[in-house]
Design a protein around this ligand. Structure first.
Ligand code: GSH
Length: 220
């Protein structure tokens, strides 16, 4: 049995679920009890997702994805030759290392209590997006003609990336390959499923967060 501890709204959780859908794996999602001793015992870093597979515990989403590829190599989401496999790994690494500032920018726009250097985050994100644009394939999916692990990472990131437009930031539309890619994946049923799940979870999270904020300011 494969259990994934995490929330559907997390892009790091969603990439593993998307991989599971693409490979036809049965993955049970279980809420992550972040901050509890039980969760820290599974992952001392304290972040979701954590995978549990027949007693084996594994944190870090990209390592989890690689583990699932090793367990279930067919159909491959890495690729059929070294170049495809390298690109399927390069795009996730670019997203994680250079495009994660997106989350700080979105949070800064909605949470007045969150302090971040917006200009620095924006500059870093632009650098990451330039790299992403460079590595993206001009046709087909992100790293090859078919869906790959690169899409499993990029599609959940785009759920939040598409929200940049809501805060008056047209960054994504300035990239031709990324814009073409967004149109392509919008028609993909697996991407649609992941975005729908993320949207439900995100809306529920925001409703609760706003209620908590209102309650806190009423008692202040
Ligand atoms: N490098 C980690 C990042 C995971 C991550 O940042 N997860 C967030 C949720 S989106 C989290 O658990 N945050 C809780 C916290 O930082 O306390 C991975 O790829 O799994």
């Amino acid at each position: 049995m494969i259990v994934l501890h995490g929330s559907a709204g997390s892009p790091y959780v969603a990439r593993v679920r998307m991989q599971g859908y693409a490979k036809g794996l049965d993955i049970t999602l279980r809420p992550a009890a972040l901050g509890t001793p039980e969760f820290e015992a599974m992952n001392p870093i304290g972040k979701m997702p954590v995978l549990e597979h027949n007693g084996f515990i594994l944190p870090e989403s990209l390592i989890i994805c690689e583990y699932l590829e090793d367990l279930h190599p067919t159909p491959t989401l890495l690729g059929h030759n070294p170049q495809e496999r390298a690109l399927a790994r390069l795009i996730p690494r670019t997203v994680d290392l250079y495009c994660a500032g997106l989350f700080s920018l979105l949070r800064a726009a909605s949470d007045p209590g969150y302090s971040v250097n917006v200009d620095a985050e924006r500059a870093n994100l632009n650098k990451g997006l330039n790299a992403l644009e460079h590595f993206l394939q001009p046709t087909g999916y992100a790293a090859r003609a078919e869906l790959s692990l690169a899409d499993c990472v990029l599609v959940p990131w785009l759920y939040y990336g598409n929200k940049l437009a809501d805060i008056g930031d047209d960054s994504l539309s300035r990239y031709a390959k990324l814009s073409r890619y967004i149109e392509t994946v919008a028609d993909d049923p697996i991407a649609q499923r992941v975005w729908t799940e993320m949207d439900e979870a995100f809306r529920a999270f925001m409703t609760k967060w706003k209620a908590d904020q209102a309650a806190a300011s009423a008692t202040a």
